[in-house]
Ligand binder design. Sequence first.
Ligand SMILES: NC(=O)c1ccc[n+]([C@@H]2O[C@H](COP(=O)([O-])OP(=O)(O)OC[C@H]3O[C@@H](n4cnc5c(N)ncnc54)[C@H](O)[C@@H]3O)[C@@H](O)[C@H]2O)c1
Length: 296
Amino acid sequence: MKNIAVIGSGTMGNGIAHTFAQFGYQVNLIDVNNEALERAISTIGKNLDRQVAKGTITEADKANTLKNITNFTQIAEGVANADLIVEAATENLELKLKIFKDLDTFAKPEAILASNTSSISITKIASVTNRGDKVIGMHFMNPVPVMKLVEVIRGYATSDETTAFVMDLSTKLSKAPVEVNDYPGFVANRILMPMINEAIYTLYESVAGVEEIDTVMKLGMAHPMGPLQLADFIGLDVCLAILNVLHDGFGNPKYAPCPLLVNMVTAGNKGVKSGEGFYNYAKGIKEAVVASKFSK
Ligand SMILES: NC(=O)c1ccc[n+]([C@@H]2O[C@H](COP(=O)([O-])OP(=O)(O)OC[C@H]3O[C@@H](n4cnc5c(N)ncnc54)[C@H](O)[C@@H]3O)[C@@H](O)[C@H]2O)c1
């Protein structure tokens, strides 16, 4: 099995393409947006340069990795010869259902269809195809070439063969796969998002300020980054969307998003990507300062 197609060449898609290509797979990278494809190749080049500088790969490895990636703007062409397709397009249910219907039409009948979704039900995605047994979640973490974990999500209809195949393939990419079942938030976000939400409630109730909350979790729990800064990096809109999936999916009030998070997203404060969240990134990430409205 050598041919992989990756749908979406954004933050995650370029990392997934990079990783497969580095391990010798032929990757067709597909995006509707040609500029996104060009940006992805440039990002992959820069990330490979960093690996060369660190001595983890050679210049020849870099050249081979780039040679293994071919860009496409049409799904039908890009997936035709693929044995495995990893979808990493924008997190939107209707969009993903449309993409998976297309994949079912254009991919080889035996091809496995994986989604990198953070929160959408794999069972629901599989239900629009005629090959539910071959649909699975392959949830890579950001940045993909660096992070070891792949959360492998079994939908209700996913077969043992498909699961075993994807677990084995993930280890061939030097990743550590963990098999989980398909329930809202899977494991990673079911645990992470309530922690972030609780950190936001702690701020909302003026128990402590932004830096104090992040410092407690960094120094006290050995987290590499505090939960509020992590939320800024993930995107506050993404955190809100995932909390809503947990809240709707379980119907349990413990997942209700904090009103402060709702207000911030409504006001356009989405974290790093909008320039301001709990920290202000106007001067760049290294110089981010706590937004004055949150200082105690
Ligand atoms: N960013 C993260 O930290 C992270 C982590 C884990 C999983 N995810 C998941 O990965 C997926 C992608 O997230 P991202 O952060 O890379 O998003 P992104 O916005 O950076 O990239 C999405 C890309 O999908 C492309 N796209 C949209 N519609 C398309 C279509 N019909 N066909 C092909 N390409 C299309 C867009 O042009 C864009 O380039 C989402 O499902 C997200 O939940 C994200």
